[in-house]
Design a binder for this molecule. Structure first.
Ligand SMILES: O=P(O)(O)O[C@H]1O[C@H](CO)[C@@H](O)[C@H]1O
Length: 272
């Protein structure tokens, strides 16, 4: 198998030929949250399907494009949509875009997602600052040979969600009179939504929200030495807390709160 560093060289060469230059922040935009990339100035957009070694996006609400340009005065490379483990991709494939962002010079990523609210104080439409995560996917993107130039064999996850970024985000939300919850995101593999019993277990284990993405991306970001800001949009109450769950409702809720979500990310990005 080709080394990760060799694959990255091919991908970054292609992207540079397309006009993508230095990147400060990588942005991963979750289910229904991709519209933020439409606000990138001087944008260069490239479908995932054209990017060497990228997977393709198959989930409703994930446009499947890379968008490069300026947002809030920062050079960003945004993913309009992401890859998920349940789509049949390996964890390495799911997290490859984070490697690409790092290889293009990004020192930080902003990860966003749609998530189910486990914390009984949350309501659909809340935004939640992710302060930590529980990797409950049963896999880890760093399993396998470690390429030492990519990062350490045993990365520290003590401060994976950069505390100073959390502080800035809280200040920005406060200044804008925006309500912002905070909590722990628990990542499942999906594609089934959780059972009510799993949600009761998640709550006991310390989760405030559940989803099927994000944790593997943040593990790779930590391995790459990147700073991380994570924001969940609580799109529904988790299983057992409302009568039933479906993806149409998830996307509908993001539609309802997308203006607030975009404002929070843009205003925070300006301060980072
Ligand atoms: O995490 P994102 O990609 O935002 O999407 C969330 O929404 C989908 C389920 O409705 C799952 O993919 C879950 O992870």
């Amino acid at each position: 198998m080709a080394k990760l560093s060799e694959l990255l060289k091919e991908t970054t060469t292609f992207l540079k030929e397309k006009g993508i230059g230095e990147v400060d922040f990588g942005l991963i935009l979750g289910s229904g949250l991709g519209e933020l990339a439409d606000e990138v100035e001087d944008a260069i957009a490239i479908p995932f399907s054209e990017v060497p070694h990228f997977a393709v996006s198959t989930v409703v609400g994930h446009a499947g494009k890379l968008v490069y340009g300026t947002l809030s005065g920062k050079k960003v490379l945004a993913m309009q949509g992401r890859f998920h483990y349940y789509e049949g991709h390996s964890m390495q494939k799911v997290t490859y875009p984070v490697r690409v962002m790092s290889a293009l010079g990004a020192h930080s990523i902003i990860v966003t997602n749609a998530a189910g609210g486990v914390n009984e104080n949350f309501i659909p439409g809340n935004l939640m600052l992710i302060t930590d995560h529980i990797n409950f996917t049963g896999d880890n993107p760093l399993i396998g040979e470690n390429e030492d130039e990519m990062g350490p064999r045993f990365p520290d996850m003590s401060h994976a969600y950069t505390p100073e970024y959390c502080e800035v985000t809280k200040k920005v939300a406060n200044a804008q009179n925006m309500s912002l919850q905070e909590g722990v995101y628990m990542g499942y593999s999906g594609p089934t939504y959780e059972t009510p019993a799993e949600i009761r277990m998640s709550r006991v284990m310390g989760a405030d929200a559940v989803g099927m993405s994000t944790v593997s991306e943040v593990i790779v970001a930590a391995h790459s030495g990147m700073k991380v800001l994570g924001i969940s949009c609580i799109t529904n109450l988790a299983a057992g807390m409302q009568s039933s769950l479906n993806h149409a409702e998830v996307v509908e809720t993001t539609e309802r709160v997308k203006a607030q979500f975009k404002e929070l990310v843009k205003a925070t990005l300006a301060e980072l």
